[in-house]
Ligand binder design. Structure first.
Ligand SMILES: Nc1ncnc2c1ncn2[C@@H]1O[C@H](COP(=O)(O)OP(=O)(O)OP(=O)(O)O)[C@@H](O)[C@H]1O
Length: 248
C-alpha cells in the first residue's frame, strides 16, 4: 500500500507541480490519472518513484517513508516499481533482450550489468517477459529496427522483468498510433490481474473510464477527483478540466 501525505513539488522556477496531494493506493488497484496538460500527472508519477524529488510531504510504501530516501533504500524501492515512459527510454542500439535484462539491474551489483553477466534465471525471465508482450521472435533484434509499438512493448517487458509490485506508466500510448492504445492498456490490465498495481497517466478519457477501477483527476497540481469511473459525472469532468492550458 502506498500512502501519499501532503505531497508538494515546487520546481525551481516556482511552479507548483503538485500542491498538497493526499491519496492512498491499495495493492492490486488499476488507477488512471487524468487532467489537462500541465496539471501535474507526470510530476505525481515521477515523485512516486523518485525520478523527481518532492519539496515536502511523505510517500509511505508499506509504512516506510521513501520521499527523501537515499542509497540502498532508494535502490531497493525502485526495483519493485516499473516505470513506462511516453518515449520508451530504451537503449536503441541494444537488442530487445538486452533492454529487458536492464530491468534486472536493481537486483545485482553494478558489475553484472556492465559485464553482461546476468544469471540464466534472469535471461529466462526476460525472455518470458518478451513472450508475454508478443515479441518472442524479436529477442535479438536491435531496438532501433523495431516499430514504435514494438519498442513500447519492449519497455513494458522491461518493467515486467523487474517483478514489480507497482507499474507506473506515463502516457504510454501518447507516441503511438491510437490503434495501439487497446494493446498497451490490455497488457497493463493483464499484469494487474496477476496482482501488480498499475497507475497510468492518460489523455484519453474514454480509455481511462474503460480500464480503471479508480480515477484520479488533477488540476493545477491539486488532486480534485478521486473515485470510480461511475462517479465521473459531467460536472466532475468539467471541474477536472477547468481552466485553459494557457493558465497552467
Ligand atoms: N522541470 C520542470 N521545471 C519547471 N516546471 C516544470 C518542470 N516539469 C514540469 N513543470 C511544470 O509543472 C506543472 C506540471 O507539469 P506535469 O508535466 O507534471 O503535467 P502533466 O499533467 O503531466 O502534463 P502533460 O500531460 O503535458 O504531460 C506544469 O505547469 C509544468 O510546466
Amino acid at each position: 500500500m502506498i500512502q501519499v501525505n501532503n505531497l508538494t513539488k515546487i520546481y525551481s522556477n516556482g511552479t507548483r507541480g503538485l500542491d498538497d496531494v493526499n491519496v492512498n493506493i491499495q495493492d492490486g488497484e488499476f488507477i488512471c490519472v487524468i487532467g489537462l496538460s500541465g496539471a501535474g500527472k507526470s510530476t505525481f508519477l515521477r515523485c512516486l518513484n523518485r525520478l523527481n524529488d518532492a519539496t515536502s510531504g511523505q510517500i509511505l510504501i508499506d509504512g516506510d517513508d521513501i520521499a527523501f530516501a537515499q542509497g540502498a533504500k532508494l535502490r531497493t524501492l525502485r526495483r519493485r516499481i516499473g516505470f513506462i515512459f511516453q518515449q520508451f527510454n530504451l537503449s536503441t542500439r541494444l537488442s530487445a533482450l538486452e533492454n529487458v535484462l536492464a530491468g534486472r539491474l536493481g537486483y545485482h551489483n553494478r558489475f553484472v550489468g556492465a559485464l553482461g553477466l546476468f544469471p540464466q534465471a534472469d535471461i529466462d525471465l526476460a525472455k518470458g517477459a518478451l513472450e508475454r508482450v508478443g515479441l518472442a521472435d524479436k529477442f535479438n533484434v536491435r531496438v532501433d529496427q523495431l516499430s514504435g509499438g514494438q519498442q513500447q512493448r519492449v519497455a513494458i517487458a522491461r518493467a515486467l522483468a523487474q517483478q514489480p509490485k507497482l507499474i507506473l506508466a506515463d502516457e504510454p500510448m501518447a507516441s503511438l498510433d491510437p490503434k495501439l492504445s487497446g494493446v498497451i492498456m490490455g497488457l497493463l490490465k493483464s499484469f494487474n490481474k496477476d496482482g501488480i498495481s498499475v497507475v497510468v497517466n492518460i489523455h484519453v478519457l474514454e480509455l481511462a473510464t474503460a480500464y480503471a477501477d479508480r480515477i484520479l483527476g488533477f488540476n493545477k497540481g491539486r488532486l480534485v477527483f478521486d473515485g470510480p469511473p461511475s462517479a465521473l459525472t459531467e460536472s466532475e469532468i468539467e471541474r477536472i478540466y477547468a481552466g485553459s492550458v494557457a493558465d497552467l
